[in-house]
Design a protein around this ligand. Structure first.
Ligand code: NAP
Length: 286
């Protein structure tokens, strides 16, 4: 007998009607997975998300997740423990339930106490989508950022197996992270995503100071940004790095350091630190 695929057998409840909850919902809805319920603090937010992703029910009452087989906590990190404590009193109707949160830096230990809920065999995990989900893009038509991404999975074997199957059904990938490694794993995303924003913002401010506006900045820096991303993903940076640090042009670097001190003092320490890092990188090839 063929086993039902996870997209048909699981009933997923999304708790937290923010960008991550919406992204999960749109991805699950796209593959035809049943979203049994959306729960959020504000009923209006739960209703809007439920309507968008074709969920059967919307509520602001936590016990409404009782008919689900997978409960995804898409609430801020600081609210995970509080929501987990509320789930302790839910009487689940399914015998085996997975509860997972989506934090990149916190482990599933936060959910451990849930296992004293005796209404079902509960397994817990963290399933972190390595992606960026800006609130500003919520409810824009084509926004569907859980595509071809990788999830960091950590937790009980039973929970990881069920989540891995769901993630595969979404045509995404997963890797297993140990609880002790979560902080560093998460930092990888912070460095490539958040710091890239910080660097672009600094470049934009420098350009503003010399009369280049935001759309001109995009025109000037867009192509080098995309080409750099292609290079980063194709070969080690020690080989692909260009610019004054890789050429060992100390005179120019000194000049740039004093210029940045005048033009953008808030970025100067970052500039010096990143320059030193680039020099180390280029020394790897020598
Ligand atoms: N944002 C990202 O780029 C990103 C990327 C990867 C992973 N994550 C992780 O994904 C999780 C959710 O992130 P997010 O950015 O979507 O979170 P968020 O926007 O900060 O919050 C999501 C929603 O959670 C609801 N909420 C807050 N406290 C609640 C509570 N006590 N009970 C029930 N609902 C509550 C709020 O709903 P109401 O609007 O109804 O008040 C809020 O809109 C976090 O663990 C985060 O670390 C985020």
């Amino acid at each position: 007998m063929r086993r039902k695929s996870s997209k048909r057998s699981e009933k997923v409840c999304i708790i937290g009607a923010g960008p991550v909850g919406l992204a999960w919902g749109r991805a699950l809805n796209r593959i035809g997975c049943k979203i049994s319920c959306v729960i959020s603090r504000k009923l209006s937010h739960a209703k809007r998300l439920a309507k968008d992703v074709g969920a059967a029910e919307a509520s602001n009452r936590i016990e409404k997740c009782c008919g689900s087989t997978i409960v995804l906590l898409c609430v801020p990190d600081h609210a995970i423990k509080e929501v987990s404590d509320q789930l302790l009193n839910v009487h689940f109707t399914s015998s085996r339930v997975v509860v997972a949160h989506c934090s990149g830096s916190r482990s599933s230990v936060l959910l451990e106490s849930l296992k004293s809920n005796t209404s079902a065999v509960l397994s817990v995990a963290s399933a972190h989508p390595m992606q960026t989900f800006p609130r500003k893009l919520m409810y824009t038509d084509t926004w569907d950022p859980i595509r071809d991404i990788c999830f960091g999975l950590e937790g009980d074997i039973a929970a990881k197996t069920r989540l891995r199957n769901l993630i595969k059904a979404l045509h995404c990938r997963s890797i297993t992270i140990s609880p002790d490694s979560k902080a560093l794993y998460h930092m990888g995303g912070v460095i490539v995503s958040n710091f890239l924003h910080a660097n672009y913002h600094a470049a934009r401010k420098l350009y503003k100071g010399i009369g280049i506006n935001a759309s001109q900045t995009r025109l000037v820096l867009g192509p080098i940004l995309f080409e750099t991303l292609r290079n980063i993903l194709s070969n080690p940076s020690s080989i692909m790095l260009t610019g004054p640090a890789s050429r060992g042009d100390h005179k120019l670097l000194g000049l740039q350091s004093s210029e940045i001190k005048k033009a953008l003092p808030t970025y100067q320490r970052a500039f010096v630190a990143l320059t030193a890092y680039c020099r180390l990188l280029s020394e790897e090839t020598r």
